[in-house]
Design a protein around this ligand. Structure first.
Ligand code: NAP
Length: 537
């Protein structure tokens, strides 16, 4: 009899997978409301993306005063950021501070990777099994697994045969890596490479960068934060946070007036230069038509190419570094500190893989069509199976034995990017179909967590234990997300936003591009309308 009772009660009300920004806040909210919560985290500490991405130069490209939690006015006042763009160690320190400040660690199980999650239709709950074979059950399962956490190795013959040290930027060791006296080969030129290349180049004897696609980058103009500025931000935090919530991208926008194509060439240059001098991602907001009109985009693309030509002394290298063939901003815009200048160093070589592809990697070298590069250390800055990889790595089974991986065979599908039909009581924090990677992640995470918690509270009030997304609502949402993307230039690029970086991944533009403000309105309207598109039991 007692055994029977034990199986009737799930181990937890909620199991949360991941202890990054999303998992920590979910734990804080649910535990505060009396739910029994357990967080499962593969790493041995909190931090998620900021735990794993410890490569030299790792830094956030959203300004630190905005890339932080807004839920606690006390926390906002207690914590002080030191730089305009916080470096990885400071963000990790912040997340550790949050974990201690709110006593979160006691409900986090570290060094525990979830291998499978299966919905039990009879018992209306999830059964999770760890890679170590431990099983737990929970009424609700929250996937706080991050959008950029499943690292990707390049499909290059022999990559695993390299005999020297090999590092992936997304799984960097916890101990400092010393590149002194090393010949380093670096594959990739995305954000992670663009941030780490200047640091590695300043240490290594020789750095050879293998570039397949040149990237657009704008300067960060990073700087220490002035105490008066910090005081002003802290005094006005509620208004600043609200501005972020009601913005397109989750950080205070620069006022956008007019279209690039309606401006004269002088007006355009002046506006681009002003935004360049300000630095950072707001550059793309110079004009309203940059991300929707190819001709407008051509003007901003050429502006950046001119900057590259003016910075890189060798004209051949400058040309290879000048992005072509896709609209600026449709692959994630990079924010750099001294990236292009690095190619003026004598110890740095750029290899254009479009002209001279890698044929194979041997235990000691990278072999291209034209040349063999002997190296001591290999750095792979080759990115992630973004947005879906961390979820499809887990064997997730919903109603009637349906696998999430199968359901998403032709692209991810989830109502509001939050709940996949056929997978009741499973919430995806910043899942595909939500603004996620197109926004300040912390703003989007707080909005998702708050929405889910409100939903669970409503269910508790009504004595309901199962929430499921309706297939028709999901279909409508997925179609709308695609239509919005088609209105922009984004689908034109072979980016990780469309899964183009992973062989065999369906080409679907995954994030919701309508902005965090509009998305929040959608979610709020769904809740106000009695959770339209959801069924409860
Ligand atoms: P990424 O943007 O996907 O870049 C991967 C790079 O590796 C690309 O240059 C890619 O070339 C190259 N590559 C992949 N496979 C290759 C192969 N087989 N041969 C040659 N080159 C290959 O990855 P990431 O730099 O790690 O950045 C991912 C995202 O994380 C960013 O877009 C950003 O959203 C986020 N991030 C943010 C920051 C920040 O806040 N500042 C820093 C780092 C990362 P192709 O372009 O040709 O595919």
């Amino acid at each position: 009899m007692s055994d029977q009772r034990a199986t009737d009660v799930p181990t937890y009300d909620a199991a949360v997978v991941g202890a990054g920004f999303a998992g920590l806040y979910m734990l804080y909210r649910l535990r505060g409301l009396g739910y029994r919560v357990r967080v499962f985290e593969a790493g041995d500490g909190v931090g998620g993306t900021w735990y794993w991405n410890r490569y030299p130069g790792a830094r956030c490209d959203v300004e630190s005063v905005d890339y932080s939690y807004s839920f606690s006015p006390e926390l906002e006042q207690e914590w002080t950021w030191s730089e305009r763009y916080a470096a990885q160690p400071e963000i990790l320190e912040y997340l550790n501070f949050v974990a201690d400040r709110f006593d979160l660690r006691r409900d986090i199980q570290f060094e525990t990777r979830i291998a499978s999650a299966t919905f039990d239709e009879g018992l209306h709950r999830w059964a999770l099994v760890t890679t170590a074979g431990e099983s737990v059950t929970a009424t609700f399962c929250v996937m706080a697994t991050g959008c950029l956490s499943a690292t990707k190795l390049p499909e290059i013959e022999g990559v695993e045969s390299f005999a020297g040290p090999t590092y992936h930027t997304g799984r960097w060791p916890h101990e400092p890596v010393d590149f002194s006296g090393q010949r380093v080969g670096m594959i990739g030129t995305g954000s992670s490479a663009i941030q780490s290349i200047p640091h590695i180049a300043s240490q290594a004897e020789r750095l050879v960068v293998f570039q397949r696609t040149a990237n657009f980058a704008v300067p960060a103009w990073n700087r220490p934060l002035d105490p008066d500025y910090i005081a002003a931000v802290k005094a006005d935090y509620p208004a600043r946070r609200e501005l972020c919530r009601q913005s397109q991208a989750g950080f205070p926008p620069s006022p956008v007036e007019g279209n690039a194509l309606e401006a004269t060439e002088e007006e355009r240059e002046k506006r681009f230069q002003e935004h360049w001098d300000d630095g950072g991602l707001r550059f793309l907001g110079s004009f309203a038509d940059i991300l929707i009109d190819q001709a407008a985009n051509d003007t901003v693309s050429e502006f950046i190419r001119q900057k590259i030509r003016a910075t890189v002394k060798d004209p051949v290298t400058a040309e290879i570094l000048s992005p072509k063939g896709y609209p600026c901003g449709t692959k994630r815009l990079c924010v750099d500190i001294g990236y292009f200048e690095t190619y003026n160093r004598d110890n740095v070589t750029l290899v254009d893989l479009r002209a001279n592809p890698i044929e194979r990697i041997t235990p000691t070298s990278i072999v291209t069509a034209d040349e063999t590069y002997e190296i001591d250390t290999l750095v792979l800055a080759t990115g992630f199976d973004a947005m879906t990889g961390a979820l499809t790595q887990i064997d997730i089974t919903g109603v009637a034995g349906q696998k999430l991986k199968e359901k998403w065979r032709n692209g991810p599908r989830a109502y509001l990017g939050l709940v996949a039909a056929g997978f009741p009581n499973m919430f995806l924090i910043t899942g595909p179909g939500s603004p996620s990677v197109l926004s300040n992640m912390v703003v989007s995470i707080e909005q998702h967590v708050d929405w889910v918690v409100d939903c669970l509270e409503k269910m508790r009030e009504n004595g309901q234990t199962e929430a499921a997304a309706d297939l028709a609502a999901e279909d409508g949402w997925v179609e709308m997300v695609a239509q919005l993307a088609d209105f922009t230039l984004f689908p034109k690029a072979n980016s990780w936003y469309v899964g183009a970086n992973v062989e065999g991944k369906p080409r679907v533009f995954m994030p919701y591009i309508g902005g965090v403000q509009t998305y929040r309105q959608h979610c709020d309207l769904v809740a106000l309308g009695g959770y339209e598109g959801f069924s409860f039991s």
